[in-house]
Design a binder for this molecule. Sequence first.
Ligand code: PLP
Length: 368
Amino acid sequence: MIQVPYFAFRDWPEGIAQQLEQAVVQTMGGNQFILGPEVNNFEKAFAKFTGTEYAIGVGNGYDALVTCLKALGIGPGDEVILPANTFIATANAVVQTGAKPILAEPDKQTYNLTAATAGKHITPNTKAIIAVHLYGQTCQMDELQELCKRYDLKLIEDAAQAHGATYKNQQAGSFGDAAAFSFYPTKNLGALGDGGAIVTSDPDVAAYSYSYRNYGQKEKYHNQTIGINSRLDTLQAAALTVKLHHLPTQNAERQRLAEVYLTELQTINELILPVTAAHCSHVYHIFNIRCNRRDELQRYLQQQGIQTVIHYPVPIHLQPAYSYLNYKPGNLPVTEELASTSLSLPLFPGMTEVEQEYIIKSVKDFFR
Ligand SMILES: *Cc1c(COP(=O)(O)O)cnc(C)c1O
């Protein structure tokens, strides 16, 4: 028996660890720890990568979401539609602005918010829709853009799981009025600690974000608005520039590993495997499988030394923290079904063939 972690940092492609060490040591020598030149260098590179005009580095993905919302004028009295099956941060960010989160069902096949599911919740108070590119697959952005245009809504992308994913060959993060990325270490593009960014091609959103992340000042000690302290750390920016170079290779490796799973597991009738929709690319931040005997399968894999994770066991509308929204079990059946049947298998750059074969064999053994 071998032990397979759900996620591990491996030196893959080889040499990345040494490049990171060099970048961090060199940046330390520069002694510009807050908003040093490395931050601007990374911001430029990341804007270019996503095909946007501006990237603004912040402390984490959550702050990136809050900043997007506030930059677009979302606040008390507003309603913001988001998918009910996302990570809690998406909803918390809406609450942070004083607006009300409105939870919509995802599509049954892709698990992503669609124009059809979001459109049902539009009221005169709706101000924005947050399209979450869940698990690494982009939403169907044409329809969402049209919907937002028709109802004069802001479109925000939560691209925290989708660095490098595309829709019609266009990068995640470049479709909305603004987009939020997280560089949490295990994300497809991860820092050596917390990090995040807003990307946008709107100069007003960019100007607000640069100021908001730094106490609301444009010039030192002169404050136009009441901002926060959420600056992308200089050392993290240096590390992210190194890792951004490797993102396409690492995403391709994730896709290769996913293809192996898809080919090998397709014969198991009891399993529902991830589906990639037309025009979308999937960068497999998460490789999610579904089955009615999920808990049993997870326990079995655990006994075989294989770590798995459930994304996410309790949907937002059933979290005690959100009881004030008065949702009841059964209100969002697709979301609830996903929560009770989803299981994420290990998938990360540098995972070995031996590890993946062992996982596949163990899953097959369970269903035999
Ligand atoms: C990770 C994540 C976030 C939050 O990012 P942090 O950097 O951890 O604050 C937001 N939304 C989604 C969908 C995420 O996966």
